[in-house]
Design a protein around this ligand. Sequence first.
Ligand code: FA5
Length: 340
Amino acid sequence: MTLAEFIAALEALQSEASRVFAGVQSKEDLEEARVRFLGAKKGAFREVQQQLGKISKEDKPQAGQQLNKVKKALAEALENATDSLKEKDSGSDSPTPDPTLPGIPMDLGHVHPITQTIEHLKEIMGRMGFESAEGPEVEGPWHNFVALNIPEDHPARDPLDNFYLATAGATAGEEGSQLMRSQTSTVQIRVMEKRQPPIRIVSLGRVYRPDAPDATHFPMFHQMEGLLVDQNVTMANLKTVLRVFANNYLGSDVPIRFRPSFFPFTEPSVEVDFLWNDQWIEFGGAGMVDPAVLTAVGYDPEKVGGFAFGLGVERLCMRRHNITDIRDLYSGDLRFLSQF
Ligand code: FA5
């Protein structure tokens, strides 16, 4: 093959390729043209390139130069065709935006059912004159146990039954150690330490216990603590307050049972059960504030007395809304939560 023939073949290839690439209308056309002219095995360029071996030694440098020029031109033609196809895709084929269409509706979040319950409970208790009080969730043994008359060897203080925090220099359970409070009764102590009777507070907040989760237990849950301290307070006052509370929150026909029980910080003590689906379910504990507790906070048990109660908030919410598994409340499943 002569140099002139080689160059003629290159020119023919370039003009044909330019024509084809310029006429590309679709992705399929583009791919077909790419394979036809630039295919690595059987492409037209490759075929001409293979003729280079037949060119004489003297003409080879010039033939090589021409070959490279055409190679570059073909690569450019491919690139241009690709670009113009892209432009075409994003241009006339895409729908014209219609500014009169309505927007995409967005779901608005709402308050979690337990938070709604807490607000509702505060409101009912507020109407009976109980003001809202708060205390910290990280506590020391004094507020969680000692001032509540829970002795050192009581099982409730066992490190395995509480979430103690790693506290430098203090053994779990000893003064100086810290734990996530296991009950809101801590707030009774905090309020009485600061204030003098008459006291009438309610405290709603989180508590923590290493309980295995099941339908009625969760390791983090909420309690509603009530405390009333005054002169001449009797068990009848406690029963009336809980009865009026139940009437308002659960309905006047809800049967309540007070079952004799024991708490170190109340004497006498009761367990408070509500009937639910023909079964008595425990909702909390209550009783008359133990004189030892009144003494621990500096009150004179000869002059003042009181009652206290602590109810499980999740169980109240579940009873009211007929929720059968506490874990649903904390699953984060919006199909469940958005019903409230
Ligand atoms: C107490 O925590 C006492 N502080 C209550 C009290 C206060 C008694 C004031 C006397 C005076 P108890 O451990 O029984 O008591 O818990 C009270 C309620 O919390 C239970 O009846 C239950 O409704 C709820 N509860 C307890 N453990 C869990 C749990 N793991 N998950 C969900 N709710 C729970």
